[in-house]
Design a protein around this ligand. Sequence first.
Ligand code: G1P
Length: 293
Amino acid sequence: MSKMKAVIPAAGLGTRFLPATKAMPKEMLPVVDKPAIQYVVEEAVSAGIDDILVIIGRNKNAISDHFDSVPELEVRLQQKGDHGRLERVMKSSDLADIHFVRQGEPKGLGHAVLRARTHVGDSSFAVLLGDDLIDERDPLLTEMIAAHERTGAAVIALMQVPAESIHLYGVAATDGDDADGAVRVTGLVEKPSAGDAPSDLAVIGRYVLPPAVFEVLERTQPGKGGEIQLTDALQELATDPDGPGVVGVVFRGRRYDTGDRVDYIKAIVQLAVDRDDLGADLRPWLKDFAGGL
Ligand code: G1P
């Protein structure tokens, strides 16, 4: 099992989902029947990671409660003989060694990642953003860890996105192709307009980073939106002639965005139709429903 730790920033305000996120973190919104953050934790565990640090903000106690055991509930399900649900309830508390640290003031993704410095120490680590869910059949993070071990570079996940969405992402300038599984990244821009974007390759929320990124983040000034941007720190690593640089793993698999309401609804439908226990009921209903639109 890899020694790498994972960091999950979960301190965002979730304003796009208000009022659902007034008292509950957006990471706890259910995607079918699991909170979004559990998919992300399971993805890290599948890549061999068993130590996870969640960066939390205000109102985030529900996240730590979710990954804790609930003895009363477990006893009740045991007594009822409901072993399926018991297993699912216990799974979330048995997944990994999960730690929490508060971000304090929300000053941006770069600032959130910097809060992991003490826990991570002088080792490479993975960062997983909860708005992007990667299908469990597509082992993106495993490929990224392998690319990091091969190159020593910071590794980002890239995905082609249409021009009208490019302004929502960090965007990479690249050199060459990804024939050996990774492409050299020569520059990065946070949320450019379509006209200014260096390519159609967007940074999706998976990173495997060397500890050197912490030193860069310490001095990274607020950028886009007045926030300390991880993208800006990576731009510095990508253009440092003396370092191992940044490479991108181009992802062509299944990704579900839960960052805004329409994408969130699509993610739930896509995941539910694929489920053995729900798909058979849902598919014919969906066809019928769509036919009536
Ligand atoms: C963050 C990053 C951005 C990246 C995106 C992926 O933005 O700053 O570079 O492309 O995640 O989801 P956010 O979506 O948090 O605004």
